[in-house]
Design a protein around this ligand. Sequence first.
Ligand code: SAM
Ligand code: SF4
Length: 335
Amino acid sequence: MHPSAPTPQLVDQFGRVVDYIRLSITDRCDFRCQYCMAEDMTFLPRNQVLSLEECARLVNIFVSLGVSKVRITGGEPLVRKNALWLFETICQLPGLKECVVTTNGSQLEKMASDLKAAGVKRINISLDSLHPDRFHAITRTGSLDKVMAGLQAAIKAGFDNIKLNTVLMRGINDDEAIDLVNFAIQHQIDISFIEEMPLGEVNHAREQSCVSNEDTLALLRQHVDMVASEHRSGGPARYWQVQHQATRIGFISPHSHNFCESCNRVRITCQGELYLCLGQEDKVDLMPLLRQYPDNDQPIIEAILNSMQIKPKGHDFDLRRAQPAVIRFMSHTGG
Ligand code: SAM
Ligand code: SF4
């Protein structure tokens, strides 16, 4: 047991405090989004993926080290069998202020109210198009109707905050920025535009397809009454407030280095790899320790504390490179 407000213990060599973890609980997904996965993916065998009990144990350890926010992601976290048990378990942890989830929305129609009841406060739903055919083309397998029903269920469930995540791709959906913002305003929810990141290998040229957030912001400012907001989340997002509306517009621009100085997060893959930076290879494998020491958290605590010494200063994304900076897919690292 640990006290309800543990002091932050995860401080890296640059003095940055890590109080936020993103945990991927599966590499599987019911969609195959063009920028995230190959059409034909081979997923990990079950025994190479953390069990939900191991996920809960890890979150508990991180919380004991001062982590106060956890994002559960994937792959698609809500397709993992018994995922709700994990949310119910970790939302109870004293010291954890926020448990949030990033989802493609496909399972929300049946799960939104249970997630809210479990204690999930905020939810991010990925949405790249309001046109059913286009949505299907981008996700390769997804149904817009199903995601819309999921969004309605989430609104009804009454989460503190719902945010749409949108990746714009040139010539694919970049003509929908204004419509998507108006959709968010109409539903009184937030929306963030994420620049496409060079992760994994995909079948389109990223340098051509990546729409810069600078261009999106310039376009939106011509059509939407919005002002820069001071709101910060410790990550690469910068926010604008739509005037006289509840909606905030975020711009997640990983290609600019300037957010790395305030980076407060680490990522854990569904295989228990602790990645210190989304855009670098520095990692520590926690799964072998979890399995070798089922009743003793100390070796895992030490490995996590030591990992702070190898958290890199910043990422190294460059869209002009022939090869992606990082070969692993976003669905592996957890977005
Ligand atoms: N399946 C869930 C979803 O789609 O929201 C959670 C996992 S997904 C990997 C998390 C976020 O990463 C999504 O919003 C998705 O749009 C984003 N994403 C995936 N690949 C990306 C890439 N190459 N560049 C930028 N964002 C990406
Ligand atoms: Fe699945 Fe999310 Fe990746 Fe799309 S972005 S393929 S929904 S994990």
